[in-house]
Write a protein that binds this ligand. Structure first.
Ligand code: GDP
Ligand code: GDP
Length: 436
C-alpha cells in the first residue's frame, strides 16, 4: 500500500540528510552499489511495516544564488506543496532558534501535519531538551539521534500513523504511461508525436495531481493515457529553478503509471542525470522502455545503433530487461515501433503464467544448474506460484531463504525470462520457508 509523501525540512546542519538516510534505511546503501542506480539525496522510496511512502529531503533542492532565508522558505513551500506529512528537524542540543521559528511559521499556514524530530539527542542526558520544542506549536516532538539510529523507529511509526491511505487514481482498461527524461530530450515533442495522429478525448490537468498533464486517447481500439511531465511549469515558484525539482515531478508521474518511457537524447552521451531518472522507474517496479530520441539528427553508419545500445546496456545495468527503441519525435519516425513495444510491455507487465509450467521451469532450472552452497547449505526449491501481476511476482517455497545466493536468484530470474515473454517488465521473486 502506497501512503503518499513525507518531506523533511529544517535549518542547515541540523541533520536532515542524516535523518533522510536513516529513514530510507539500508536500502539506499544496497541499491547504490549493486545495481548502479545513481542517487541524489532529494528523494527516496521508503518502506516501513509493509507500508510504502515517498520521502523528500527538501535540503537537497539546492537553489543557486538566493539568500539563505529565501532558500528555507522555498524548502518549506515545497514541503507544503508536495507532502502529506512534514518532519521538521531541529538541533535537539541547541534548542529553538529563529530559523526554526521562521520555518514553522510557514508550515503552520498549511493544514499539513508537522512532527518535530529533535535530532542529536545522542545521550539520554539531553532528553529533557525536547520539551521546549512544543513551544513551536506542534503536537509531536520526537527525540532522535541520526548518528546512532536511535528513535528512528518511533518516528517512522508516527509518520505511518499520520499518512493517509492513498489510492492512486487508475483508469480502467487503460494503458497508462509516463514520459520522463532530462529537460530538452524531447519529451513534449514525443508526446505531441504520439497524440498528433490520435484523437484526444480529454486533455486536462488531472484531478489527482498538479504535476503532469494526462491525455487520454485510443489507438487500434486500445485506450491509453499519456502522462506528460514536461507540459506543466509551476510559474512563479522559487524552487522552479532547481534542476532537481524536475526529477520530483518525474517521480510523481512514475508512481501513477504502469509503463515508463525513459527518453534519452540520441545526439548526446548518457549522463548521470539520465541514470538517476531511469533509476526511479526501476525502483518503482514499472514496465520500462528506453527511448532514444532525435535519431534523425545523429550522423549514423551501420554500427551506430548497436554502439548506442551497448552504451545503454553498460550504463543502465539495472534496466537490462527494458527494450530500446530509436525514434525521431520531430520527424515522426518509428512512433509505431514504440507503440508495438508499449503494447508488448504492458502485456508482459500484466502477464499471468500457469503454475504447472512455472514449476516445470523451476525444476528444470534446479536440475540443470545446482545451487551453490551458501550460508551452510544449498537452497532447495520446492514449488512456486505467481501471486501478483504489475509486475509479475512469484513466491517460491524453499528449505531456507538464507541459502539463496544472489547469483542463483539471478539465474532463476533469467530462466523465467527465457521461458515466458517478460521483456520490459521487472519481476519479483519472493522466497518463503516451507514448513516441514
Ligand atoms: P543537514 O544540513 O540538515 O542535511 O545536516 P547533515 O545531515 O548534513 O548533518 C549536519 C552535521 O550534523 C553533520 O556533521 C552530521 O554528522 C551531524 N549530525 C547529524 N545527525 C547527528 C546526530 O544525531 N548526532 C550528532 N552528534 N551529530 C549529528
Ligand atoms: P522536453 O524539454 O524534453 O519536453 O523537450 P522538447 O520536446 O521541448 O524538445 C527540446 C528540443 O529538442 C526542441 O528544440 C525540439 O525541437 C528538439 N527535438 C525534439 N525531438 C527531436 C527529434 O526527434 N529530432 C530533433 N532533431 N530534434 C528534436
Amino acid at each position: 500500500m502506497r501512503r503518499g509523501t513525507v518531506a523533511i525540512v529544517g535549518r542547515p546542519n541540523v541533520g536532515k540528510s542524516s535523518i533522510f538516510n536513516r529513514l530510507a534505511g539500508e536500502k539506499l546503501a544496497i541499491t547504490d552499489d549493486a545495481s548502479g542506480i545513481t542517487r541524489d539525496r532529494l528523494y527516496s522510496n521508503c518502506e516501513w511495516l509493509d507500508q510504502e511512502f515517498s520521502l523528500i529531503d527538501t535540503g537537497g533542492i539546492e537553489l543557486k544564488d538566493v539568500p539563505f532565508m529565501e532558500e528555507i522558505k522555498a524548502q518549506a513551500q515545497l514541503a507544503i506543496d508536495e507532502a502529506d506529512v512534514i518532519v521538521l528537524v531541529t538541533d535537539g542540543r541547541v534548542g529553538i532558534t529563529n530559523g526554526d521559528q521562521d520555518v514553522v511559521n510557514i508550515l503552520h499556514r498549511s493544514k499539513k501535519p508537522v512532527i518535530v524530530a529533535a535530532n542529536k539527542i545522542d545521550d539520554v542526558k539531553f532528553m529533557d531538551n525536547i520539551y521546549e520544542f512544543y513551544n513551536l506549536g506542534v503536537e509531536d516532538v520526537y527525540p532522535v539521534s541520526a548518528l546512532h539510529g536511535v528513535g528512528i523507529g518511533d518516528l517512522l511509526d508516527k509518520i505511518i500513523e499520520l499518512l493517509p491511505e492513498k489510492k492512486i487514481k487508475h483508469y480502467d482498461d487503460t494503458v497508462e504511461f509516463a514520459i520522463i527524461g532530462q529537460p530538452n530530450v524531447g519529451k513534449s515533442s514525443l508526446t505531441n508525436a504520439i497524440l498528433g495522429t490520435e484523437r484526444v478525448i480529454v486533455s486536462d490537468v488531472a484531478g489527482t495531481t498538479r504535476d503532469a498533464i494526462d491525455s487520454k486517447f485510443t489507438r487500434d481500439g486500445k485506450n491509453y493515457v499519456v502522462i506528460d511531465t514536461a507540459g506543466i511549469r509551476k510559474q512563479g515558484k522559487i524552487y522552479e529553478n532547481a534542476e532537481k525539482y524536475s526529477v520530483l515531478r518525474a517521480i510523481k508521474a512514475v508512481e501513477r503509471s504502469s509503463i515508463v518511457l525513459v527518453v534519452l537524447d540520441g545526439t548526446k552521451d548518457i549522463e548521470e542525470q539520465d541514470k538517476r531518472i531511469a533509476g526511479y522507474a526501476a525502483e518503482y517496479n514499472k514496465g520500462v522502455i528506453i527511448v532514444v530520441n532525435k535519431w534523425d539528427a545523429v550522423e549514423k553508419d551501420e554500427k551506430s545503433m548497436k554502439e548506442y545500445m551497448e552504451k545503454i546496456r553498460s550504463h543502465f545495468v539495472f534496466l537490462s530487461y527494458a527494450p530500446i527503441v530509436f525514434v525521431s519525435a520531430l520527424k515522426n519516425q518509428r512512433i509505431h515501433t514504440l507503440f508495438e513495444q508499449i503494447v508488448k510491455v504492458h502485456e508482459n507487465y500484466t502477464r499471468r503464467v500457469s503454475t504447472s509450467v512455472l514449476n516445470d521451469i523451476l525444476l528444470d532450472a534446479s536440475i540443470m544448474n545446482q545451487a551453490p552452497i551458501f550460508n551452510g547449505d544449498r537452497i532447495k526449491l520446492y514449488y512456486g506460484s505467481q501471486v501478483e501481476v504489475c509486475p509479475p511476482t512469484f513466491v517460491i517455497f524453499v528449505n531456507d531463504p538464507s541459502h539463496m545466493h544472489f547469483s542463483y536468484q539471478r539465474y532463476l530470474e533469467n530462466r523465467l525470462r527465457e521461458a515466458f515473454e517478460l521483456s520490459g517488465t521487472p519481476l519479483k521473486l519472493i522466497l518463503r520457508k516451507k514448513d516441514e
